[in-house]
Design a protein around this ligand. Structure first.
Ligand code: EJD
Length: 398
């Protein structure tokens, strides 16, 4: 008997503007086609079902990160920036930097920030609600992380406007070298130079996450050469991701008034609502691994060295795993979603993101009776991130 499955192929470019604008159709087609689909445009192997994305994320032995988690294969191509010690590394090299950042961003380490961030959220929301119509992306989804996160890292005030463009470019650069990447390239030298300068011990205040990374180097948990790159990870992955995550939960509530009512009745749902929004929107849509030796998935053998594209956004709406996957629903249990990844690389900053979301959503739940869109929301296109450029909203105060 022939047990080798015929490998389905698809010539769609998952990084084209139309797919980035609305990936649902492609996701459904890939999930139906089979566990693995060869994407001929980029010669990569796509995983789109929850079962297989989840399994691949947990299997770092066969699904390598050290060759890069973008389309570019570091076995054959020079990375555009020094590889991340966390994201673009496998065990055992990955483990010491991971342990350090895990400690710095642990729930315990965040306890002292909680009161301050809730107060900051209330202050921001009071300022913004002075108007009953505003754009929720710049006014809330961007303003809140930019208000609390750089301070928590210990960055000086000067130059913070570089954070969003840098992150946006890094996440574009995980995809193919298309127009989105080209658009970020002109200013990149200056933006990167500013980012790198912020990673130095002398630039960081003595109380923040950055200083704690440097202290870990003094203790010998990582080397002093590793410290600046680990600070760079915070600056790369800590801002755009949470901005788009917050925009996702705001959009979800603005379009689901009954869910907003549920939240207002029980504001302790704020944290869960953020997780459900991360499942529903998947702010981080895609990530690659590289096959380390031949990898067999569902009867298909992926050759050594080939790139494997994991569709987190598709896994998070796979009807094989979720009932009514397209519904944003506070009454479901979203745990098991892969929006924060899974396994040894699962988002190390997720407690930071959840705390930001909880603070902002709770502050809004206390003050806002109705939240609704007043115009067409506009997507922010990025090769990796699913987000909003603009969410025009009207609020009715309680
Ligand atoms: C990331 C998907 C880094 C880095 C770490 C994580 C990400 C990006 C960059 C967050 C990927 O260490 O530079 S969500």
């Amino acid at each position: 008997m022939d047990t080798t499955a015929v490998l389905p192929t698809d010539d769609t470019d998952p990084f084209s503007p139309s797919v980035l604008e609305d990936p649902a159709e492609l996701h459904a087609r890939l999930r139906e086609a089979g566990p693995v689909v060869h994407l001929t445009r980029h010669d990569v192997y796509a995983l789109s079902r929850h079962e297989h994305v989840h399994a691949a994320l947990r299997d770092w032995q066969r699904f390598q990160s050290a060759a890069g988690v973008g389309l570019s294969n570091f076995r054959y191509e020079e990375p555009w920036r020094p590889p991340s010690l966390l994201l673009e590394a496998d065990p055992p090299h990955h483990d010491a930097p991971r342990a350090v950042l895990s400690g710095v961003l642990s729930p315990r380490a965040l306890r002292s920030l909680r009161g301050r961030w809730f107060a900051e959220a209330e202050e921001l929301v009071d300022q913004v609600l002075a108007d009953d119509e505003f754009d929720a992306v710049p006014s809330l989804a961007q303003a809140f992380p930019l208000r609390v996160f750089p301070d928590a890292v210990g960055l000086p005030r000067q130059g913070r406007e570089n954070l969003l463009p840098y992150g946006d470019h890094v996440f574009n650069a995980f995809g193919p070298d298309n127009a989105l990447v080209a658009r970020g390239r002109p200013g990149l030298g200056e933006v990167s130079a500013w980012i790198n300068a912020q990673c130095r011990r002398e630039t960081l205040d003595s109380a923040g996450f950055g200083a704690r990374i440097w202290s870990a180097a003094d203790r010998g948990d990582i080397t002093h050469e590793q410290a600046p790159l680990l600070v760079r990870s915070l600056l790369t992955a800590g801002v755009d991701t949470t901005v788009h995550g917050l925009a996702a939960v705001l959009y979800a509530f603005a379009t689901h008034p009954r869910q907003w009512d549920l939240l207002r009745r029980d504001p302790s749902l704020a944290r869960m609502a953020f997780d459900e929004a991360v499942r529903w929107e998947s702010p981080v849509q895609t990530f690659f691994r590289t096959a380390l030796t031949e990898v067999e998935i569902g009867g298909t053998v992926i050759p050594d060295g080939k790139k494997i594209l994991m569709f987190l956004g598709s896994a998070n709406r796979d009807p094989r795993r979720w009932s009514a996957p397209d519904a944003f629903d506070l009454e479901r249990d979203p745990s098991g979603h892969v929006g924060f990844g899974m396994g040894v690389h699962q988002c190390v900053g997720q407690h930071v993101a959840r705390l930001e979301a909880e603070a902002l959503v709770t502050a809004l739940a206390r003050r806002v009776e109705r939240l609704e869109l007043t115009g067409r929301p506009r997507r922010h296109l990025n090769n990796t991130l699913r987000g909003w450029e603009s969410l025009p909203v009207r609020v009715t105060r309680t």
